[in-house]
Write a protein that binds this ligand. Structure first.
Ligand code: CA
Length: 223
């Protein structure tokens, strides 16, 4: 699970990241509303933690723009302002939850769990063609055969299965799997794609991962 933290108070942002990483989430930080919106629009996050008072673009505007762009990623708003009007505005803009600063770490983590659980439930057991991917056990099966995927293989195949026949760019795969700050390159993607292809062969699946030259990958079914 990857979380985007949009918070201009550097120490608070880092504390949040540390907290989340202890709970095995991956977290990225943006310190202003503009870069926060850019990143949130990228589709690589499972949750956005969004402060209200931000430089360049306030949290409400970020959230409004995100929802107008059709993004349904859960958003947890943080604000030092506890006035009812603010809470209402946050929820009206499409926030999933509104937390007032200062908050207890436990309270924040409970919110994060609730909001990401909702995501996970929506995502259980993906199917595509003759393949079935179990999101809690990382088990990939085709008919009678099954195989267990590694974390990265799972993440990659999950993205491919969700994209169906749409092309998934290499850039998107790198961002989603390794994050903004990593130096992972195309090679890393190719290595995992080849692992996945071997497993699809082993399963005798009719689903293939097709390379779209210079762009990325997509799934297709042999007939
Ligand atoms: Ca702030």
């Amino acid at each position: 699970m990857r979380v985007l933290i949009v918070e201009d108070e550097v120490r608070l942002a880092e504390t949040l990241r540390d907290l989340l990483e202890l709970e095995r989430y991956t977290a990225d930080i943006c310190h202003d509303g503009e870069s926060g919106l850019d990143n949130a629009l990228s589709d690589i996050y499972d949750l956005v933690i969004l402060d209200v008072m931000l430089p360049k673009k306030d949290g409400f505007s970020v959230l409004r723009a995100l929802r107008q762009a059709g993004k349904t990623v859960p958003v947890l708003m943080l604000s030092a302002r506890s006035e009812l009007a603010d809470r209402v505005e946050g929820l009206d803009c499409g926030a999933d939850y509104y937390l007032t600063k200062p908050f207890e770490p436990k309270e924040l983590l409970a919110c994060v769990r609730m909001l990401t659980r909702r995501q996970q439930r929506a995502s259980q057991n993906l199917e595509y063609g003759d393949l079935r991917l179990e999101t809690d056990t990382f088990q990939l099966s085709c008919g009678e055969r099954s195989v267990r995927l590694s974390r990265k293989e799972f993440d990659m195949l999950e993205l491919l299965m969700r994209s169906r026949e749409m092309v998934l760019t290499k850039e998107n795969l790198i961002l989603k799997l390794w994050g903004y700050e990593s130096d992972a390159e195309d090679n890393n993607v190719e290595v995992y794609i080849s692992f996945l292809r071997k497993k699809l062969d082993y399963l005798h699946s009719k689903v293939k991962i097709r390379t779209i030259r210079m762009v990325g990958y997509r799934l297709e079914q042999e007939t």
